[in-house]
Write a protein that binds this ligand. Structure first.
Ligand SMILES: [Zn+2]
Ligand SMILES: [Zn+2]
Length: 257
């Protein structure tokens, strides 16, 4: 992951409030496309320039070849109004050992996975176990991306409720664990859509947090089709359960004893 600076000099008398608003909306456009890891940092104005520092998966994430039509149009407008060109520069690499970006040509499968503290992407590659840059999945349309970000926010909200324990903990845990919950339905529909668009099977992760014996946890069946789904050895060093038919993954409960 990289820290990048986006900046543009203002060489005109164009309305600055409008420029600031448009520059901020641009961050949201880049975020939707996956070119910036959300939530984006608030841009600011300094003397005669609009500036934003953002996190990206790759050093090339902000390349214009990944813009969608909305981003390209907005940048064109801002450049015209400012009478200058948008500059992007890599200013540093993430210190923590985040996973890098998947470069696989044809991954075996993808996994839709996130959690409250995840500050990188939410689509994992089943071949290299790295993060898939969403801006490279040209097969996905604007609505797909909107739905994915909606699911990501919903999932993190549920995980935060669960972690905070005081409001809606049980409900949030159910949302993340039950394949029939609204959250899981939204997530599995996204997996289905990614599979259709990319022809790469996409699995959905189900949370598992139950104070039961490890033996009982191992006897758990797929909560959707009730078939056996226990794996002999963990998949991607993490998942203990996999249902090929339902395209679901899960782990042992971290509090099983
Ligand atoms: Zn990969
Ligand atoms: Zn199943």
């Amino acid at each position: 992951m990289y820290k990048q600076k986006l900046s543009i000099s203002i060489n005109s008398s164009f309305d600055r409030t409008k420029l600031c608003d448009e520059f901020e909306i641009l961050m949201s456009n880049l975020c939707k496309r996956g070119q910036i890891i959300g939530p984006y940092e608030t841009p600011f104005i300094a003397e005669n320039a609009l500036i934003a520092y953002q996190t990206t998966l790759e050093d090339t994430s902000l390349s214009e070849k990944y813009y969608d039509e909305y981003t390209a149009k907005r940048i064109g407008d801002i450049e015209n109004w400012c009478n200058s060109t948008l500059r992007t520069e890599v200013i540093g690499k993430a210190i923590s050992d985040h996973r890098g970006a998947c470069q696989c040509k044809k991954p075996d499968f993808y996994v839709l996975f996130t959690h409250a503290l995840n500050d990188t992407g939410f689509l994992e590659c089943g071949t290299c176990n790295q993060i898939v840059p969403l801006y490279k999945l040209a097969q996905l349309n604007y609505d797909d991306r909107h739905e994915m970000l909606s699911w990501e926010t919903n999932y993190k909200s549920c995980d935060n409720l669960q972690l905070n324990c005081t409001v809606g903990e049980k409900w949030a845990t159910m949302q993340m664990s039950d394949p029939k919950s609204s959250l899981s339905k939204q997530g599995t529909a996204i997996c289905q859509r990614i599979w259709e668009a990319t022809e790469i099977p996409t699995y959905y992760y189900l949370h598992n947090y139950r104070r039961i014996s490890l033996q009982k946890d191992k006897e758990r069946l797929c909560p959707s089709c009730h078939g056996n789904w226990l794996l002999k050895k963990p998949l991607l060093d993490f998942y203990n359960f996999k249902c090929e038919k339902c395209k679901l993954l899960s782990t042992f409960s971290p509090v099983a004893f």
